[in-house]
Design a protein around this ligand. Structure first.
Ligand SMILES: [Zn+2]
Length: 234
């Protein structure tokens, strides 16, 4: 059985639908079996995770750069894992994509009881143009962050960073200066030097040889960064 599933085998709709780990014949990449680590208790400071997902052809097309082929399922696993333990209502998640604004956008939503709404952002939106530009959703994320001055904001970009912005260097610079924690989940490459070499940016590369759950762990890390975890040992 192949460990690699790429775009042509799994459509975006398939990514976002169905129960985790219930994809027939693909047990070896089933994220449901992944142990993400201790979830801890709700943080003392309100937090807001904003994600934006690149659904361009270089990611989802034939031989695309979503190496695990199930980035939305893995995002869902991380989000659901923390959502089940959130009691405070002060942990928010907003979801964007490179084609935002569109039907896949999810405004800041409390993790507690919010998984139904958040599910809308866990698939390629209908009428997706497959944009390869980061600028528009980056601007939207800044706008959302500006409206949540009391929240600790983490902004996660999931992309292969084959960007077609007119000023790629400028966009990456803006990302590194994001008001909060910029976090790049880089699909099938090490990531642009401008991010890798910038200590302000967390870079999580996800390669085809990584085990299932690598992407889920990156999102989980972003979600739990400020949660109170008494002991990292279990
Ligand atoms: Zn909470």
């Amino acid at each position: 059985m192949s460990r690699l599933l790429s775009g042509p085998q799994l459509s975006g709709q398939q990514f976002g639908e169905g129960r985790l780990g219930v994809r027939s014949g693909v047990t070896d990449r089933t994220p449901a079996a992944v142990r993400l680590g201790p979830v801890g208790k709700c943080p003392d400071v309100p937090v807001l995770l904003i994600t934006t997902v690149d659904n361009s052809g270089s990611v989802v097309g034939t031989g695309g750069n979503d190496p695990c082929g199930n980035r939305f399922q893995e995002m869902r696993l991380a989000i659901e894992t923390v959502a089940k333990r959130c009691k405070c209502g002060d942990e928010l998640v907003a979801m964007l994509n490179f084609d935002s604004p569109n039907s896949g956008d999810v405004a800041p939503t409390a993790l507690r009881d919010g998984i139904g709404s958040l599910g809308r952002g866990l698939a390629i939106p209908q009428h997706s143009a497959g944009s390869s530009v980061l600028g528009p959703s980056l601007a939207q994320a800044r706008h959302i962050a500006d409206r949540h001055p009391k929240h600790r904001v983490v902004f996660v970009v999931l992309s292969d960073f084959q960007l077609f912005d007119s000023d790629v260097a400028g966009v990456l610079s803006e990302f590194t200066n994001f008001p909060g924690q910029p976090h790049a989940v880089v699909l099938r490459s090490a990531g642009p030097a401008a991010l890798v070499e910038d200590p302000r940016v967390i870079v999580s590369p996800v390669s085809p040889t990584d085990p299932a759950g690598t992407l889920a762990k990156a999102i989980f890390t972003a979600l739990t960064a400020t949660r109170r975890i008494p002991s990292r040992k279990r």
